[in-house]
Design a protein around this ligand. Structure first.
Ligand code: DON
Length: 303
């Protein structure tokens, strides 16, 4: 079966799931999204991108942006980040506060909110405009200069950001932030509010599948750094569902509460899915099923 036929089959297969799960409701701009939508794209490293359904509809990538922010910090700082952030799965929800006190303000990993705030903090020190640096990377790698931030989502994140503010202040009390809390939060909220399509996202992630090489052939990451980011995605990219994703999909994946999933097939390509209805752990319900079917049918996984 061709990839295009497989993608179309998957779109039909997940259709009944689009009525299950719930769209993120913590901010009005996300709560309004129509849940019956599904898009999926596959970008191979050496051929044309293919997609199905709503693969050209822009959506809020939310926490998927955390992979790109991490890549920029690893590119600028090498291993130094790991004295301030761990790389162990948390087994807790993405916005949990509980581990931080016992672990002296060092977040378990860079993909839970606390860890992503530390990554943004470091990116502010390295790049000045941290959200702008992530946006620039996404535009360059997707080849789409229209990729942008949704100001309404960013404002909503800030208006409902008490928990993220609590995480940031708590880490600041342990001396684990270099920049003012308000500056870090602003960069974090704006990065979460980036908006793009499955097509853009799959293309933008290709530097990971190319073991660190950007679209123009220049290296963003070394092969070893790309491997390490894949490992953190596999173990921590879908929060307390990382074990289930590894079991069912067998690829490094990063999720976002906008319903997007980014999955890397190292050396082969990138899959992006979007279906806004989430399971109770905050991951796209139909997206997980779609990735499961894709890797099961093709046999393409890292295992
Ligand atoms: O920090 C938040 O609550 C959101 N802006 C991002 C959360 C997110 O996407 C977590 N992912 N699954």
């Amino acid at each position: 079966m061709s990839i295009q036929a497989l993608l179309d089959t998957i779109a039909q297969h997940v259709d009944p799931l689009l009525d299950q799960g719930r769209v993120a409701s913590y901010i009005p701009a996300l709560a309004r999204v129509e849940p019956r939508q599904f898009g999926m794209a596959f970008a191979p490293i050496d051929g044309p991108i293919e997609g199905t359904g709503a693969w050209r509809t822009p959506f809020s990538i939310q926490s998927i942006s955390k992979v790109f922010a991490l890549a920029l910090v690893v590119a600028g700082d090498g291993e130094r980040l790991w004295s301030r952030v761990g790389r162990e799965p948390s087994g807790s929800p993405f916005n949990s506060l509980v581990q931080l006190e016992h672990e002296r303000g060092i977040p378990r990993n860079p993909f839970i909110n606390a860890g992503a705030l530390v990554v943004m903090d470091r990116l502010l020190s390295l790049a000045g405009d941290a959200a702008g640096a992530v946006l620039e990377l996404l535009r360059a790698e997707s080849g789409n200069p229209a990729v942008d931030m949704d100001p309404e989502v960013a404002a909503s994140e800030a208006a409902h950001g008490s928990r993220n503010a609590a995480l940031a202040h708590f880490m600041a009390s342990f001396g684990n932030l270099e920049n003012p809390v308000e500056t870090v939060l602003d960069a974090y909220f704006r990065t979460c509010a980036l908006r793009m399509t499955c097509e853009d996202l799959a293309r933008a992630g290709l530097f990971l599948a190319r073991h660190g090489l950007r679209a123009d052939g220049s290296p963003l990451l070394t092969r070893s750094e790309a491997k390490r980011i894949h490992a953190v995605m596999l173990t921590c990219g879908t929060y307390d569902a990382a074990g289930d994703f590894a079991y069912r999909v067998g690829l490094p994946v990063k999720s976002g509460v906008g319903g997007g999933l980014l999955a890397v097939l190292p050396g082969r390509g990138v899959l992006a899915t979007w279906a806004p209805a989430l399971d109770p752990r905050g991951n796209s319900l139909a997206g997980l099923e779609a990735l499961d079917v894709f890797t099961t049918r093709t046999g393409w996984s890292i295992f």
